[in-house]
Design a protein around this ligand. Structure first.
Ligand SMILES: [Zn+2]
Length: 149
């Protein structure tokens, strides 16, 4: 048997869910609630259970968003020379830390980080130093306009 990707464009493969017969029972029980008095203990029990579902869904979504941010920021840090897990500081090995990123910015953090030296919050991570804010670009005086004579 070969594992095939069940996902198609625009759809997500969720994996196995609830047995269709059991899901039908669940939905039919929820339908019955409309016939019960709102203060009936069974109605209250179902309301408590569904409120709990909403709460845990919220918590799970929040955890997923946090985890995604953490993974993103870790990837940015990993792309820097000083934050790389493969960093080699041992100069006797003759290998200096080098960045795997071409260009000056390793990435943009989703959670701002405090600069190690000046404590400024920053999101643009330098390709070399992952704990330092990037210096502001040097201010260049506007080029003098050539005098027309
Ligand atoms: Zn700084």
């Amino acid at each position: 048997m070969t594992v095939t990707d069940e996902s198609h464009e625009g759809t997500v493969a969720y994996g196995p869910g609830i047995d269709p017969d059991r899901l039908a029972v669940c939905l039919s029980v929820l339908d019955e609630l409309d016939k019960l008095d709102v203060d009936h203990p069974d109605a209250i029990a179902v309301r408590r259970a569904t409120a709990g579902i909403y709460r845990t869904v919220k918590q799970r979504r929040r955890q997923e968003r946090r985890a995604a941010k953490t993974a993103h920021d870790r990837a940015v840090t990993e792309a820097t020379a000083t934050g790389s897990a493969d960093r080699i500081d041992d100069e006797t090995a003759g290998v200096l830390p080098s960045s795997s990123v071409k260009g000056e910015i390793a990435g943009i953090l989703q959670r701002p980080r405090s600069c190690y030296t000046c404590k400024t919050r920053y999101v643009e991570v330098d390709a070399f130093y992952h704990q330092l804010c990037r210096p502001a670009p040097p201010r260049t005086a506007p080029a003098a306009t050539p005098a027309t004579t």
